[in-house]
Design a binder for this molecule. Structure first.
Ligand SMILES: NC(=O)c1ccc[n+]([C@@H]2O[C@H](COP(=O)([O-])OP(=O)(O)OC[C@H]3O[C@@H](n4cnc5c(N)ncnc54)[C@H](O)[C@@H]3O)[C@@H](O)[C@H]2O)c1
Length: 342
């Protein structure tokens, strides 16, 4: 007999939450979308497109009123701790978008509540770990295909075309800055691939490509150099200026081989020969690039609930990535090399 579906709600229907909600409705087995919560002006879209009638602007009312098993939190980052705490205390499993939060003391409180509910699943949204190419590369590295890792380089650059939507996002709520908002994924990958932790960082940032971001307290481009605890080195580059599309790549250099994932950000196998030359279409945003990984991470969340097992991506992973991103930002702010205390 099939298990009954897990009744789930989504909080936040913005760039990512609306995609999670559509995946739950159309693409993820075992989850049933029963309610959503977002700004008033997004609720009609939800009713029209998600076939959901229980719509709220107050997440506490939604959690109190609806018979839910789980919730997906895709609200602005600073709200993740209070929403996670409320949902866990109401007995729900929680899938929370990255990063865990912005303020370390609220994240510490969030983690102590997560740890006090060991039978409820808490999963955070490091979806790149579910991407086929990253999984393949990780397996190769694990099998010793490139030898001991010497150097890692992670790029995460949003498309120039997304600048307007980012500006709205950053004006409405604190993004946490370029390293926390963008490079947190690259930080997670550096830790996941190397199995080591960074101990020191030196980072720089600028606003040459988007001077207007200065007024929002944001940097457009950030670069961080990390020294790892075994002497290996990692470079992170985050930005929002990629004219050609969405550029996310990872390079891992080993003692007897290298590998690169996504170096040209090619959307598919098509090459167009026209007046512009020989053109390869590029991914245009994070949803296009990680489409399948977003589905797989929610399927994994559902499976973890069904099996009663905590996810392979731990809350420790989320906390360490957050602390590393904050150290990168501190290095930019102070102009100094910063020791990383995890
Ligand atoms: N995994 C990834 O690669 C990835 C990609 C994009 C965004 N994110 C993360 O997802 C989160 C949301 O990002 P986004 O780009 O979708 O933001 P967004 O600004 O597009 O959407 C935010 C949503 O939250 C809702 N919201 C705001 N305050 C709320 C409240 N008090 N109660 C209920 N809903 C509220 C808004 O109405 C909106 O629907 C952020 O934490 C971001 O870092 C992760």
């Amino acid at each position: 007999m099939n298990n009954p579906k897990i009744k789930i709600a989504v909080i936040g229907l913005g760039r990512l939450g609306s995609f999670h909600a559509q995946n739950i409705v159309n693409r993820v087995d075992s989850l049933e979308l029963v309610a959503v919560c977002a700004a008033e002006n997004q609720l009609q879209w939800a009713q029209d497109n998600l076939n959901v009638s229980a719509v709220y602007t107050d997440y506490k009312k939604m959690i109190d009123n609806e018979a839910l098993d789980a919730v997906v939190i895709a609200s602005p980052t600073a709200l993740h701790p209070e929403m996670t705490i409320y949902a866990l205390n109401a007995g729900l499993h929680v899938f929370c978008e990255k990063p865990l939060g912005i303020n370390l003391s609220s994240v510490d409180e969030m983690i102590s509540v997560i740890n006090s509910h060991p039978h409820q699943i808490f999963q955070s949204g490091f979806m790149r770990r579910f991407d086929e190419s990253y999984q393949y590369a990780k397996k190769m590295v694990g099998q010793g295909a490139i030898g001991d890792i010497i150097y890692l380089r992670g790029y995460g650059v949003d498309p120039l075309s997304g600048m307007e939507s980012f500006t709205k996002f950053a004006a409405a709520a604190d993004s946490g800055g370029i390293f926390l908002d963008m490079n947190i994924h690259d930080i997670d990958l550096v830790r996941w691939f190397s199995g080591h932790e960074p101990v020191r960082v030196w980072a720089l940032a600028n606003n040459i490509a988007a001077p207007e971001l200065k007024d929002l307290g944001e940097y457009e481009t950030g670069v961080a150099q990390l020294e790892m605890d075994n002497g290996s080195i990692a470079t992170l580059l985050g930005g929002r200026h990629a004219a050609h599309g969405y550029q996310v790549e990872l390079e891992v250099m080993g003692a007897n081989g290298w590998l690169r994932i996504g170096e040209h950000s090619e959307k598919n196998l098509v090459t167009i020969f026209n007046q512009e030359g020989i053109v390869r279409p590029a991914f245009q945003d994070f949803i296009e690039r990680f489409n399948h990984a977003f589905i797989l991470e929610l399927q994994d969340f559902a499976n973890n609930i069904i099996k009663g097992q905590q996810p392979s991506i731990t809350v420790e992973d989320g906390l360490k990535a957050l602390k590393i991103a904050k150290a990168c930002q501190e290095s930019v702010n102070t102009g100094k090399v910063v020791d990383i205390k995890l």
